[in-house]
Design a protein around this ligand. Sequence first.
Ligand SMILES: NC(=O)C[C@H](N)C(=O)O
Length: 356
Amino acid sequence: MIPTLLRRGGRLSIAAALLTVSVLACAKGNIVILATGGTIAGSGASSANSASYQSAKVAVDQLIAAVPELQNVASVRGEQVFQIGSESFNNERLLQLGKRVSALLKQNDVDGVVITHGTDTLEETAYFLNLVIPSTKPVVVVGSMRPGTAMSADGKLNLYNAVSLAVSPDARGKGVLVSMNDEIHTARDVAKSVNIKTEAFRSPWGPLGLVVEGKNYWFRAPVKRHTTASEFNIDRIEKLASVEVVYGYGNMNEQAYRAYVGNGAAAIIHAGTGNGSVASQIVPVLQELRGKGVQIIRSSRVTGGGFVLRNAEQPDDKYDWIVAHDFNPQKARILAAVAMTRTSDSKELQRIFWEY
Ligand SMILES: NC(=O)C[C@H](N)C(=O)O
């Protein structure tokens, strides 16, 4: 169409061509890629290094330049927020990233945000954003399991899928999404379940859909509260509550619980065995800590579908403990750290654990 207009020559047809170009550019939608590091920005010594490499090496502009096809689906620009392995994320970085996402989504010239992220804590950041970003515009978090230098690297296609998902009107209002390995997951459910393999992310209750060659195929939608239906808002959060996780196993002792509380933890996520069960020698310790005002939140260390029932295994009503529903311990930490910016009432916290 544009070459035809140009062939006709003359000022009018050139103006028409320019107008068409700008209309097409607008029609594509504007996506900002916020880069934070991880393996998707990793680099290895040789193409055979699929698992040993350095993460967080490649700058966002290089990531974008490596996938010219991105510009066919959206107008894309990048910002380098951090350049770290995601194992080094902390509460301050979550807040900084969240505030930048929120500010961008308030702009009329931004239609969605893609966050490139290491996979180790990707589920924590994605779930945090799902709780605190008050926007229906798509936020898609993406990573890779192999660096771009490796044979069969997965980053380019994952990034392409993430951008095409973020620019899709049908991705709006579904909460923060994670796109990996052609699948679309809700940030609430997804967890890194295998390392090494590219099929690394799973949701215990299944993915929301698939993204294939720039088209989304949806099968379900999240029912829990998120983004615009959330009572939490990043614009009103300056500091997260101090919440720590203690891992349960046979031969447990009380030292970690006491050390964390001694250092000011306001809540302990007990990553218990099975149904969040608590060893008999630990029960009185947790009762004592609860008596001192510390929230005790029972989650499960079971991977791929831990689900803690209230008053099963332990009398939560009697001890005034909280159960983490189906959240894995690291997501329970995120929810408690956000929720406790607003309440320290255990009944309110339990309500929040059921609703989000
Ligand atoms: N695949 C990865 O991205 C792992 C890396 N350690 C990270 O989380 O940053």
